[in-house]
Design a protein. Structure first.
Length: 446
Protein backbone atom coordinates (compact mmCIF):
# COMPACT_ATOMS: atom_id res chain seq x y z
CA UNK A 1 0.00 0.00 0.00
CA UNK A 2 1.31 3.44 -0.93
CA UNK A 3 0.46 6.80 0.51
CA UNK A 4 -0.43 9.22 -2.30
CA UNK A 5 -1.09 12.92 -2.55
CA UNK A 6 -2.31 14.69 -5.68
CA UNK A 7 -0.22 17.82 -5.34
CA UNK A 8 2.94 17.00 -3.36
CA UNK A 9 4.76 20.16 -4.37
CA UNK A 10 1.95 22.37 -3.07
CA UNK A 11 1.94 20.50 0.24
CA UNK A 12 5.71 20.74 0.62
CA UNK A 13 5.71 24.49 0.02
CA UNK A 14 2.81 24.96 2.39
CA UNK A 15 4.73 23.39 5.24
CA UNK A 16 7.33 25.68 6.79
CA UNK A 17 10.30 24.31 8.70
CA UNK A 18 10.82 20.95 10.35
CA UNK A 19 7.65 19.19 11.50
CA UNK A 20 5.69 15.95 11.30
CA UNK A 21 3.78 17.49 8.37
CA UNK A 22 7.09 17.99 6.55
CA UNK A 23 7.86 14.31 7.10
CA UNK A 24 4.44 13.26 5.76
CA UNK A 25 4.76 15.45 2.70
CA UNK A 26 8.31 14.20 2.07
CA UNK A 27 7.15 10.57 2.14
CA UNK A 28 4.01 11.23 0.10
CA UNK A 29 5.90 13.07 -2.63
CA UNK A 30 8.06 9.97 -3.04
CA UNK A 31 5.04 7.67 -3.18
CA UNK A 32 6.43 5.55 -0.38
CA UNK A 33 4.73 2.50 1.11
CA UNK A 34 2.86 2.90 4.37
CA UNK A 35 5.52 1.10 6.40
CA UNK A 36 8.18 3.66 5.42
CA UNK A 37 5.89 6.56 6.35
CA UNK A 38 5.26 4.92 9.73
CA UNK A 39 9.00 4.42 10.17
CA UNK A 40 9.68 8.07 9.40
CA UNK A 41 6.99 9.37 11.74
CA UNK A 42 8.19 7.13 14.58
CA UNK A 43 11.70 8.49 14.05
CA UNK A 44 10.38 12.04 14.07
CA UNK A 45 8.71 11.43 17.43
CA UNK A 46 12.03 10.10 18.73
CA UNK A 47 13.79 13.19 17.38
CA UNK A 48 11.38 15.50 19.16
CA UNK A 49 11.73 13.59 22.43
CA UNK A 50 15.54 13.56 22.44
CA UNK A 51 17.43 16.57 23.87
CA UNK A 52 19.96 18.50 21.84
CA UNK A 53 23.60 17.74 22.67
CA UNK A 54 25.00 19.87 25.49
CA UNK A 55 28.53 20.72 26.53
CA UNK A 56 28.06 18.57 29.64
CA UNK A 57 27.65 15.46 27.46
CA UNK A 58 30.99 13.66 27.28
CA UNK A 59 30.68 13.09 23.53
CA UNK A 60 30.12 16.80 22.94
CA UNK A 61 32.36 18.31 25.59
CA UNK A 62 34.93 19.49 23.03
CA UNK A 63 32.57 20.09 20.12
CA UNK A 64 29.89 22.68 20.66
CA UNK A 65 27.09 23.61 18.31
CA UNK A 66 27.59 27.35 18.71
CA UNK A 67 25.84 29.09 15.82
CA UNK A 68 23.87 26.00 14.78
CA UNK A 69 20.13 26.55 14.33
CA UNK A 70 18.05 23.88 12.61
CA UNK A 71 15.51 26.47 11.51
CA UNK A 72 18.09 28.24 9.36
CA UNK A 73 17.95 25.37 6.85
CA UNK A 74 15.28 24.42 4.35
CA UNK A 75 14.34 20.89 5.53
CA UNK A 76 14.83 19.16 2.15
CA UNK A 77 16.00 20.31 -1.26
CA UNK A 78 13.34 18.47 -3.23
CA UNK A 79 10.73 16.39 -1.47
CA UNK A 80 9.89 14.29 -4.53
CA UNK A 81 13.52 13.34 -5.03
CA UNK A 82 13.33 14.00 -8.79
CA UNK A 83 15.98 15.95 -10.65
CA UNK A 84 16.51 16.68 -14.31
CA UNK A 85 18.49 14.05 -16.17
CA UNK A 86 20.82 16.19 -18.25
CA UNK A 87 24.52 16.75 -18.73
CA UNK A 88 26.56 16.62 -15.56
CA UNK A 89 28.69 19.54 -14.48
CA UNK A 90 32.39 19.36 -15.30
CA UNK A 91 33.11 18.69 -11.63
CA UNK A 92 30.79 15.67 -11.42
CA UNK A 93 31.83 14.34 -14.81
CA UNK A 94 35.46 14.52 -13.70
CA UNK A 95 34.60 12.60 -10.52
CA UNK A 96 32.95 9.91 -12.64
CA UNK A 97 35.77 9.67 -15.15
CA UNK A 98 38.47 9.44 -12.51
CA UNK A 99 37.52 6.04 -11.17
CA UNK A 100 37.40 2.74 -13.01
CA UNK A 101 34.20 1.38 -11.46
CA UNK A 102 31.81 -1.51 -11.94
CA UNK A 103 28.92 0.94 -11.62
CA UNK A 104 28.28 4.45 -10.37
CA UNK A 105 25.42 6.64 -9.19
CA UNK A 106 25.35 10.43 -9.02
CA UNK A 107 22.95 12.19 -6.65
CA UNK A 108 22.24 15.88 -6.77
CA UNK A 109 20.40 17.44 -3.86
CA UNK A 110 17.77 14.86 -2.88
CA UNK A 111 17.45 12.87 -6.10
CA UNK A 112 19.29 10.50 -8.45
CA UNK A 113 20.85 12.45 -11.30
CA UNK A 114 22.73 9.80 -13.23
CA UNK A 115 23.66 6.12 -13.08
CA UNK A 116 26.15 4.15 -15.15
CA UNK A 117 26.60 0.38 -15.10
CA UNK A 118 29.77 -1.00 -16.66
CA UNK A 119 29.08 -4.54 -15.45
CA UNK A 120 25.92 -6.66 -15.45
CA UNK A 121 25.67 -6.92 -11.69
CA UNK A 122 22.17 -8.35 -11.75
CA UNK A 123 23.47 -11.47 -13.55
CA UNK A 124 25.29 -12.33 -10.33
CA UNK A 125 22.46 -11.41 -7.99
CA UNK A 126 24.16 -8.16 -6.93
CA UNK A 127 21.90 -5.19 -6.19
CA UNK A 128 23.26 -1.67 -6.60
CA UNK A 129 20.30 0.68 -6.50
CA UNK A 130 19.38 4.11 -5.24
CA UNK A 131 17.62 3.67 -1.91
CA UNK A 132 14.44 5.38 -3.02
CA UNK A 133 13.98 2.82 -5.81
CA UNK A 134 15.07 -0.05 -3.57
CA UNK A 135 12.23 0.70 -1.13
CA UNK A 136 9.82 0.00 -3.99
CA UNK A 137 11.66 -2.83 -5.74
CA UNK A 138 13.20 -4.74 -2.81
CA UNK A 139 10.91 -3.90 0.12
CA UNK A 140 11.59 -7.09 2.09
CA UNK A 141 15.37 -6.66 2.00
CA UNK A 142 15.29 -2.95 2.75
CA UNK A 143 12.79 -3.35 5.57
CA UNK A 144 14.91 -6.12 7.09
CA UNK A 145 18.18 -4.18 7.16
CA UNK A 146 17.43 -0.44 6.97
CA UNK A 147 18.30 1.05 10.37
CA UNK A 148 17.49 -2.17 12.24
CA UNK A 149 20.83 -3.91 12.88
CA UNK A 150 23.63 -1.38 12.57
CA UNK A 151 22.42 2.20 13.15
CA UNK A 152 19.03 2.54 14.83
CA UNK A 153 17.05 5.80 14.69
CA UNK A 154 17.36 6.50 18.42
CA UNK A 155 21.16 6.23 18.52
CA UNK A 156 21.49 10.01 18.69
CA UNK A 157 19.62 13.21 17.85
CA UNK A 158 20.96 13.34 14.31
CA UNK A 159 20.25 9.69 13.45
CA UNK A 160 16.63 10.29 14.47
CA UNK A 161 16.46 13.36 12.22
CA UNK A 162 18.07 11.34 9.42
CA UNK A 163 15.61 8.47 9.80
CA UNK A 164 12.70 10.88 9.54
CA UNK A 165 13.94 12.77 6.48
CA UNK A 166 16.48 10.58 4.63
CA UNK A 167 16.58 11.47 0.95
CA UNK A 168 19.50 10.22 -1.17
CA UNK A 169 21.11 6.87 -0.62
CA UNK A 170 22.48 3.68 -2.07
CA UNK A 171 21.51 0.09 -1.36
CA UNK A 172 24.22 -2.49 -2.02
CA UNK A 173 23.44 -6.19 -1.63
CA UNK A 174 25.91 -8.93 -2.55
CA UNK A 175 24.64 -12.52 -2.26
CA UNK A 176 26.61 -15.47 -0.91
CA UNK A 177 29.95 -15.90 -2.67
CA UNK A 178 29.23 -12.97 -4.97
CA UNK A 179 32.21 -10.84 -5.95
CA UNK A 180 32.35 -7.37 -7.43
CA UNK A 181 35.93 -6.86 -8.60
CA UNK A 182 35.76 -3.12 -9.37
CA UNK A 183 34.49 -0.46 -6.95
CA UNK A 184 30.89 0.71 -6.76
CA UNK A 185 30.96 4.50 -6.81
CA UNK A 186 28.43 6.84 -5.18
CA UNK A 187 28.69 10.61 -5.70
CA UNK A 188 26.55 13.12 -3.83
CA UNK A 189 26.58 16.78 -4.77
CA UNK A 190 24.41 18.81 -2.40
CA UNK A 191 24.10 21.64 -4.91
CA UNK A 192 21.40 23.90 -3.44
CA UNK A 193 22.67 26.21 -0.72
CA UNK A 194 21.10 26.31 2.72
CA UNK A 195 19.24 23.00 2.64
CA UNK A 196 19.24 19.84 4.72
CA UNK A 197 20.58 16.61 3.26
CA UNK A 198 20.35 13.09 4.68
CA UNK A 199 22.45 10.66 2.69
CA UNK A 200 22.26 6.95 3.52
CA UNK A 201 24.57 4.12 2.51
CA UNK A 202 23.40 0.57 3.25
CA UNK A 203 25.75 -2.28 2.35
CA UNK A 204 24.75 -5.88 3.02
CA UNK A 205 26.91 -8.88 2.13
CA UNK A 206 26.04 -12.52 2.57
CA UNK A 207 28.52 -15.31 3.37
CA UNK A 208 31.74 -15.25 1.38
CA UNK A 209 30.91 -12.12 -0.63
CA UNK A 210 33.32 -9.35 -1.63
CA UNK A 211 32.72 -5.70 -2.58
CA UNK A 212 34.33 -2.24 -2.56
CA UNK A 213 32.13 0.85 -2.15
CA UNK A 214 33.22 4.49 -2.44
CA UNK A 215 31.10 7.43 -1.18
CA UNK A 216 32.17 10.82 -2.59
CA UNK A 217 30.42 13.76 -0.85
CA UNK A 218 30.49 17.33 -2.17
CA UNK A 219 28.72 20.67 -1.89
CA UNK A 220 26.36 21.56 0.99
CA UNK A 221 27.16 25.28 0.96
CA UNK A 222 25.60 26.90 4.06
CA UNK A 223 23.77 23.61 4.49
CA UNK A 224 23.29 20.63 6.77
CA UNK A 225 24.20 17.02 6.07
CA UNK A 226 23.15 14.33 8.55
CA UNK A 227 24.26 11.07 6.99
CA UNK A 228 24.26 7.42 8.04
CA UNK A 229 26.45 4.52 6.90
CA UNK A 230 25.45 0.92 7.65
CA UNK A 231 27.77 -1.97 6.77
CA UNK A 232 26.31 -5.40 7.55
CA UNK A 233 29.01 -7.92 6.72
CA UNK A 234 28.24 -11.61 6.48
CA UNK A 235 30.46 -14.49 7.56
CA UNK A 236 33.69 -14.66 5.61
CA UNK A 237 32.83 -11.56 3.57
CA UNK A 238 35.35 -8.93 2.51
CA UNK A 239 34.22 -5.28 2.41
CA UNK A 240 36.25 -2.22 1.49
CA UNK A 241 34.43 1.03 2.18
CA UNK A 242 35.65 4.61 1.59
CA UNK A 243 33.86 7.76 2.75
CA UNK A 244 35.42 10.81 1.11
CA UNK A 245 33.93 13.98 2.62
CA UNK A 246 34.85 17.22 0.88
CA UNK A 247 31.91 19.51 1.70
CA UNK A 248 31.99 23.28 1.43
CA UNK A 249 33.65 24.89 4.46
CA UNK A 250 30.32 26.45 5.46
CA UNK A 251 28.51 23.09 5.90
CA UNK A 252 27.44 21.44 9.16
CA UNK A 253 28.21 17.73 8.82
CA UNK A 254 27.00 14.98 11.15
CA UNK A 255 27.87 11.37 10.32
CA UNK A 256 26.94 8.18 12.13
CA UNK A 257 28.46 5.00 10.75
CA UNK A 258 28.51 1.47 12.06
CA UNK A 259 29.86 -1.81 10.70
CA UNK A 260 28.57 -5.12 12.05
CA UNK A 261 30.89 -8.07 11.34
CA UNK A 262 29.95 -11.73 11.46
CA UNK A 263 32.36 -14.65 11.87
CA UNK A 264 35.63 -14.34 9.90
CA UNK A 265 34.45 -11.16 8.17
CA UNK A 266 37.07 -8.70 6.89
CA UNK A 267 36.55 -4.92 6.78
CA UNK A 268 38.73 -1.99 5.76
CA UNK A 269 37.04 1.38 6.25
CA UNK A 270 38.73 4.57 5.02
CA UNK A 271 37.27 7.77 6.49
CA UNK A 272 38.44 11.06 4.95
CA UNK A 273 37.39 14.46 6.33
CA UNK A 274 38.47 17.45 4.24
CA UNK A 275 35.51 19.79 4.26
CA UNK A 276 32.70 21.27 6.39
CA UNK A 277 32.57 24.07 8.92
CA UNK A 278 32.03 21.46 11.62
CA UNK A 279 32.08 17.69 11.41
CA UNK A 280 30.97 15.35 14.17
CA UNK A 281 31.42 11.72 13.15
CA UNK A 282 30.53 8.65 15.21
CA UNK A 283 32.24 5.58 13.71
CA UNK A 284 31.82 2.11 15.22
CA UNK A 285 33.02 -1.35 14.24
CA UNK A 286 31.20 -4.16 16.02
CA UNK A 287 32.93 -7.56 15.85
CA UNK A 288 30.13 -9.97 16.67
CA UNK A 289 31.58 -13.22 15.34
CA UNK A 290 34.82 -15.02 16.10
CA UNK A 291 37.75 -14.44 13.77
CA UNK A 292 36.65 -11.01 12.54
CA UNK A 293 39.19 -8.53 11.16
CA UNK A 294 38.54 -4.78 11.01
CA UNK A 295 40.68 -1.82 9.99
CA UNK A 296 39.41 1.73 10.55
CA UNK A 297 41.67 4.29 8.90
CA UNK A 298 41.21 8.04 8.86
CA UNK A 299 42.66 11.20 7.32
CA UNK A 300 41.65 14.74 8.23
CA UNK A 301 43.12 18.13 7.40
CA UNK A 302 41.22 21.11 8.82
CA UNK A 303 42.28 24.61 7.80
CA UNK A 304 40.96 28.09 8.55
CA UNK A 305 38.35 27.84 11.32
CA UNK A 306 37.29 24.26 10.58
CA UNK A 307 36.42 21.93 13.46
CA UNK A 308 36.68 18.16 12.79
CA UNK A 309 35.65 15.65 15.48
CA UNK A 310 35.85 11.86 15.14
CA UNK A 311 34.58 9.54 17.84
CA UNK A 312 35.31 5.85 17.31
CA UNK A 313 34.35 2.62 19.04
CA UNK A 314 36.00 -0.76 18.42
CA UNK A 315 33.66 -3.32 19.97
CA UNK A 316 34.98 -6.84 20.52
CA UNK A 317 32.17 -9.21 21.46
CA UNK A 318 33.67 -12.48 20.20
CA UNK A 319 37.05 -14.20 20.68
CA UNK A 320 39.98 -14.27 18.24
CA UNK A 321 39.17 -10.94 16.59
CA UNK A 322 41.55 -8.26 15.36
CA UNK A 323 40.97 -4.53 14.99
CA UNK A 324 43.38 -1.82 13.93
CA UNK A 325 42.65 1.91 13.98
CA UNK A 326 44.91 4.62 12.57
CA UNK A 327 43.73 8.24 12.27
CA UNK A 328 46.24 10.84 11.10
CA UNK A 329 45.46 14.54 10.85
CA UNK A 330 47.29 17.72 9.89
CA UNK A 331 46.04 21.11 11.10
CA UNK A 332 46.57 24.63 9.79
CA UNK A 333 45.55 28.16 10.77
CA UNK A 334 43.05 28.32 13.64
CA UNK A 335 41.52 24.91 12.98
CA UNK A 336 40.78 22.32 15.62
CA UNK A 337 40.48 18.56 15.66
CA UNK A 338 39.08 16.22 18.27
CA UNK A 339 39.64 12.48 18.35
CA UNK A 340 38.06 10.31 21.02
CA UNK A 341 38.22 6.55 20.71
CA UNK A 342 37.56 3.49 22.82
CA UNK A 343 38.51 -0.16 22.42
CA UNK A 344 35.81 -2.13 24.19
CA UNK A 345 36.42 -5.81 24.96
CA UNK A 346 33.43 -7.75 26.29
CA UNK A 347 33.62 -10.71 28.67
CA UNK A 348 34.46 -13.86 26.77
CA UNK A 349 36.19 -12.03 23.90
CA UNK A 350 39.47 -13.76 24.65
CA UNK A 351 42.47 -13.55 22.30
CA UNK A 352 41.39 -10.08 21.21
CA UNK A 353 44.13 -8.19 19.38
CA UNK A 354 43.32 -4.48 19.09
CA UNK A 355 45.28 -1.33 18.25
CA UNK A 356 44.36 2.33 18.24
CA UNK A 357 46.60 5.21 17.20
CA UNK A 358 45.91 8.89 16.53
CA UNK A 359 48.63 11.17 15.15
CA UNK A 360 48.45 14.93 14.67
CA UNK A 361 50.77 17.24 12.78
CA UNK A 362 50.36 20.87 13.88
CA UNK A 363 51.35 23.25 11.07
CA UNK A 364 50.47 26.51 12.86
CA UNK A 365 50.75 27.45 16.55
CA UNK A 366 47.12 28.64 16.51
CA UNK A 367 45.82 25.17 15.57
CA UNK A 368 44.79 22.71 18.26
CA UNK A 369 44.35 18.93 18.41
CA UNK A 370 42.68 17.06 21.28
CA UNK A 371 43.16 13.30 21.44
CA UNK A 372 41.49 11.04 23.99
CA UNK A 373 42.12 7.30 23.39
CA UNK A 374 40.75 4.76 25.84
CA UNK A 375 40.36 1.10 26.77
CA UNK A 376 37.48 -0.79 28.40
CA UNK A 377 38.57 -4.40 28.87
CA UNK A 378 36.52 -7.14 30.52
CA UNK A 379 38.54 -10.16 29.37
CA UNK A 380 41.89 -11.34 30.73
CA UNK A 381 43.63 -12.85 27.68
CA UNK A 382 43.91 -9.93 25.27
CA UNK A 383 46.45 -7.63 23.65
CA UNK A 384 45.24 -4.03 23.40
CA UNK A 385 47.33 -0.92 22.84
CA UNK A 386 46.55 2.71 22.18
CA UNK A 387 48.45 5.92 21.70
CA UNK A 388 48.20 9.53 20.57
CA UNK A 389 50.77 12.06 19.40
CA UNK A 390 50.81 15.75 18.47
CA UNK A 391 53.88 17.34 16.95
CA UNK A 392 54.96 20.30 14.86
CA UNK A 393 56.98 20.18 11.66
CA UNK A 394 60.61 20.05 12.71
CA UNK A 395 62.48 23.05 11.34
CA UNK A 396 65.60 20.96 10.78
CA UNK A 397 63.61 18.69 8.42
CA UNK A 398 62.46 21.73 6.45
CA UNK A 399 66.01 23.09 6.36
CA UNK A 400 67.38 19.73 5.18
CA UNK A 401 64.96 19.60 2.24
CA UNK A 402 65.43 23.26 1.36
CA UNK A 403 69.20 22.70 1.31
CA UNK A 404 68.55 20.23 -1.50
CA UNK A 405 66.77 22.74 -3.68
CA UNK A 406 63.16 22.62 -2.50
CA UNK A 407 61.20 25.71 -1.56
CA UNK A 408 59.72 25.93 1.93
CA UNK A 409 56.26 25.16 0.55
CA UNK A 410 57.59 22.12 -1.32
CA UNK A 411 59.45 20.92 1.79
CA UNK A 412 56.38 21.24 4.00
CA UNK A 413 54.25 19.51 1.38
CA UNK A 414 56.65 16.58 1.26
CA UNK A 415 56.69 16.27 5.06
CA UNK A 416 52.88 16.36 5.30
CA UNK A 417 52.45 13.84 2.50
CA UNK A 418 54.93 11.55 4.21
CA UNK A 419 52.96 11.90 7.43
CA UNK A 420 49.77 10.77 5.65
CA UNK A 421 51.52 7.98 3.75
CA UNK A 422 50.92 5.39 6.46
CA UNK A 423 47.20 5.67 5.72
CA UNK A 424 47.49 6.24 1.95
CA UNK A 425 49.47 3.01 1.60
CA UNK A 426 46.43 1.11 2.85
CA UNK A 427 43.84 2.72 0.52
CA UNK A 428 42.88 -0.12 -1.85
CA UNK A 429 41.82 1.98 -4.89
CA UNK A 430 44.64 3.70 -6.81
CA UNK A 431 42.48 6.49 -8.24
CA UNK A 432 41.32 7.37 -4.71
CA UNK A 433 44.95 7.59 -3.58
CA UNK A 434 45.75 10.03 -6.39
CA UNK A 435 42.68 12.12 -5.53
CA UNK A 436 43.65 12.28 -1.85
CA UNK A 437 47.19 13.32 -2.74
CA UNK A 438 45.83 16.21 -4.83
CA UNK A 439 43.59 17.40 -2.01
CA UNK A 440 46.52 17.28 0.43
CA UNK A 441 48.43 19.55 -1.96
CA UNK A 442 45.45 21.87 -2.16
CA UNK A 443 45.13 22.02 1.60
CA UNK A 444 48.80 22.72 2.14
CA UNK A 445 48.62 25.53 -0.39
CA UNK A 446 45.72 27.11 1.50
Amino acid sequence: MSVLVKEPEAIVHAVQGFSADTVRAHSAARNEPAWMLEFRLAAWRQFEAMPWPESTDEAWRRTRLTGFDLNQFTPVANAAGKVEKGELSKLLQAELNEMDSAASMVFEDSGLRNSVFHARLEDHGVIFADLQSAVQQYPDLVRKYFMTEAVKPDLNKFTALHAALWDTGAFVYVPANGRVTLPLQIILNQATAGVGGYHHTLVVTEQGAEVTVVDDLLGAKDGLQASVVELIIGAGSVVRYMNLQDFDHSAWNFLTGRAVLSRDADLRWIQVSWGSRLTKAFLDVDLMGAGGHAELLGIYFPTGDQHIDHQTLQIHRAPHCFSDLLFNGALKDKSRSVYMGVIQVHPGAQKTDAYQRNGNLILDPTARADSIPGLEIEADDVRCTHGATAAQVEEEYVFYLMARGLTRAQAERMIVQGFFQAVLDRVPVESVVHKLERVIERKIGG
